[in-house]
Ligand binder design. Structure first.
Ligand code: C2E
Ligand code: MG
Ligand code: MG
Length: 611
């Protein structure tokens, strides 16, 4: 910045010019005096020169002060900020155009009045008392203040008041500079809405949730947190409108509000919500009861007929953690485990972190497995008990990971399901098994029955139906020789999702089997309505027979299956006695180590040849 230096040089130049001029005038006068010998000339000349000098000085100072005033006035005129100057009695002596435009007054209307003319009535007397106390004590005040315009509109501004004093410290003027921040605040509110609320539902988001948690933690207010996801949303979205969905959620909020002293909601993701409640829960049993009734309320049907099925993970502060992020992460772990285990809800336990780290190892290894073709399919024979012949097989997935070795499908499938790999894996099993079935059929007198396991998440948009029907066509199979197995618990809970695809598959001729039957609590009435051909009774019903298990329960289940005209298959047959028991009780088919373990394609081919 050279402005200061420039001013200095300019002044010096002018002073030198003036001095030079005076010097030449004096020289000229000295010459005249010597020439004409004027008496008293010396003293008159000195007086004149001093007078002239004083005149020049006063003129310059006044001119400079005037110029400075013009500059200040110009700056204030040009400023977007409002400037108001009041005298020592706090009467307005100056207001810049920004103030006049913003407030709608003319200078004449304001001159002589106090700034009370802008008082909005929003602030109480204490506010103004505090402001004046600061002006008296410190000579200044800064803050935000609501004012009112001439037309009655309110505006919010930041205000800075300064005092201009004389040398003795007496107040001469008050200078108030302010900016209108009404729009800025509106923008801030908008930004707040963007940052802290879900844009679609206008519910608080995760960021807001964490803020709220931090506030509660800071005040040491105990709370419970439930993270909850609507599991059957695919089906609900299909059947109900967005409005019905929102309405149901509002109904749920009312229900929860009625049952809880205070509640806070946040939307973390689509159909994924967080709730903070303040119930007096002393013991873990109280907490369990609280979360269970919470989940019950969520799953109660709504007036639209809609019904949520949820998975939840819950914990409480301060028992389960101390920081907001820490609590959130723990609740998330609990939720994820609850979702993977298909629970309605789980309460946080300290060892959940370990479970999750194994899950992440599996997730990363699964990603590699898909790239490196680490999957294969084994075939376990299914024997027709009447003829004692192999009539089919179950395709069972195997994974030999380069890093983890062999991992059981029961361990990795829930992880694959959760991280979205199940479709790719499922398609591989369908392709591989139906292609291999071509080879098997060539060796067998009649086409073999191929039973393929499927996860619920392969249905619907994931397209299991179309990939299965396509593969049947590609490999030229009869649809009735292909069966889809779905475990009973999934059948019961997610029937709404499965129903349509299963109906279509059955119409096309594909068989549907309930796997692990007896573990999923299907009601008999429900069983009758289901799109099912085969019941595959879970191996636990045969376990221990005859030593520790009299087989009565299994007998009853076979009878139920038969009375509904289902084909009945029993799995987990390990001994001759078990095999004979099934033959005696009219069971159709059986599968188990007694006949064969899940086999490599080549070994299974040998078995068929020898069968
Ligand atoms: P599942 O469908 O009930 O399959 C039967 C399981 O019991 C298989 O375990 C099989 O090896 C085992 N098993 C067969 N006979 C006997 C026996 O006599 N005794 C005993 N103790 N066990 C026997 P595996 O192969 O480990 O599969 C476990 C589960 O993983 C399967 O249960 C099925 O639910 C799932 N699974 C396997 N392959 C696939 C697949 O390709 N897709 C899907 N979605 N799930 C699959
Ligand atoms: Mg199975
Ligand atoms: Mg099974």
């Amino acid at each position: 910045m050279n402005t200061g230096r420039y001013f200095f040089h300019d002044r010096l130049r002018k002073i030198l010019l003036v001095l030079g001029g005076v010097f030449f005038v004096l020289l000229a006068l000295e010459y005249l005096y010597a020439r004409f010998k004027v008496p008293e000339f010396h003293s008159t000349l000195v007086t004149f020169v001093i007078f002239l000098g004083a005149l020049v000085l006063v003129w310059r100072i006044t001119k400079e002060a005037y110029n400075m005033f013009r500059i200040a006035e110009r700056i204030s005129d040009m400023s977007d900020d409002g400037v108001v100057v009041t005298d020592r009695q706090n009467k307005i002596v100056y207001a810049n155009p920004s103030v006049l435009n913003t407030y709608g007054y003319s200078m004449e209307e304001l001159r002589g009045r106090t700034p009370n003319v802008f008082k909005s009535g929003v602030h109480d007397d204490a506010f103004y008392r505090e402001m004046w106390r600061s002006i008296h004590d410190k000579g200044a005040w800064s803050g935000e203040i609501w004012d009112v315009k001439k037309n009655g509109d309110h505006l919010l501004k930041t205000l800075h008041i300064d005092t201009i004093k004389d040398k003795k410290g007496n107040t001469l003027y008050h200078l108030a500079v302010h900016s209108d921040i009404t729009e800025m605040k509106a923008l801030e509110a908008e930004r707040d809405l963007l940052a802290n609320y879900d844009q679609e539902t206008k519910l608080p988001n995760k960021r807001y949730l964490l803020r709220r948690m931090k506030a509660l933690i800071a005040e040491e207010i105990p709370f419970q947190m439930v993270l909850m996801k609507v599991r059957n949303s695919v089906y609900l979205n299909d059947r109900y409108t967005k409005e019905e969905y929102t309405e149901s959620f509002n109904e749920l909020r009312k229900r929860l509000n009625a049952d809880n002293d205070e509640i806070f909601y946040a939307q973390i993701d689509t159909e994924f919500f967080a709730f903070l409640t303040h119930k007096n829960v002393e013991t873990q049993d109280d907490f369990d009861h609280h979360v269970r009734s919470f989940v019950d309320l969520c799953e109660k049907p709504f007036s639209s007929g809609m019904r949520f099925k949820i998975t939840a993970g819950a914990l409480r502060f301060p028992k389960d953690g101390h920081g907001a992020e820490d609590l959130y992460n723990k609740a998330m772990v609990t939720f994820e485990i609850s979702a993977a285990e298909q629970e309605r809800y789980l309460l946080y336990k300290h060892d959940y972190h370990k479970t999750l780290s194994r899950e992440h190892v599996l997730r990363d290894a699964l990603y590699e497995a898909l790239k490196n073709n680490e999957f294969s399919v084994r075939y376990q024979p299914i024997v027709e008990l009447a003829s004692d012949k192999i009539v089919g097989c179950e395709a069972l997935l195997r994974w030999k990971s380069a890093t983890l070795g062999e991992v059981s499908p029961e361990e990795f499938l829930p992880v694959a399901d959760k991280y979205g790999y199940v479709h790719e894996i499922g398609t591989f099993v369908i392709e591989q098994s139906l292609q291999d079935k071509q080879t098997f059929d060539k060796e067998s007198q009649t086409p073999l029955y191929m039973s393929v396991n499927a996860s619920v998440s392969q249905f619907g948009e994931q397209g299991l139906k179309s990939s299965l029907l396509k593969a049947i066509e590609t490999y030229n199979h009869r649809a009735q020789d292909v069966c889809v197995e779905i475990t009973e618990s999934r059948f019961v809970e997610d029937y709404d999702v499965l129903n349509k695809d299963l109906r279509d598959l059955r119409r096309a001729g594909v068989h549907v089997s309930i796997d692990d039957f007896g573990t999923g609590y299907s009601s008999l009435k429900r069983l009758q309505e289901m799109e099912v051909d085969t019941l595959k009774i879970d191996q636990s019903f045969l376990k221990g027979y005859p030593e520790k298990n009299d087989g009565d329960l299994l007998k009853a289940m076979v009878q139920i299956g038969k009375s509904f005209a289902f084909r009945v298959v029993v799995e987990g047959v390990e001994t001759k006695a078990q095999h004979e028991f099934l033959v005696q009780n009219g069971c159709d088919r059986a599968q188990g180590y007694y006949y064969a373990k899940p086999l490599l394609k080549e070994t299974f081919l040998e078995q068929i040849k020898n069968s």
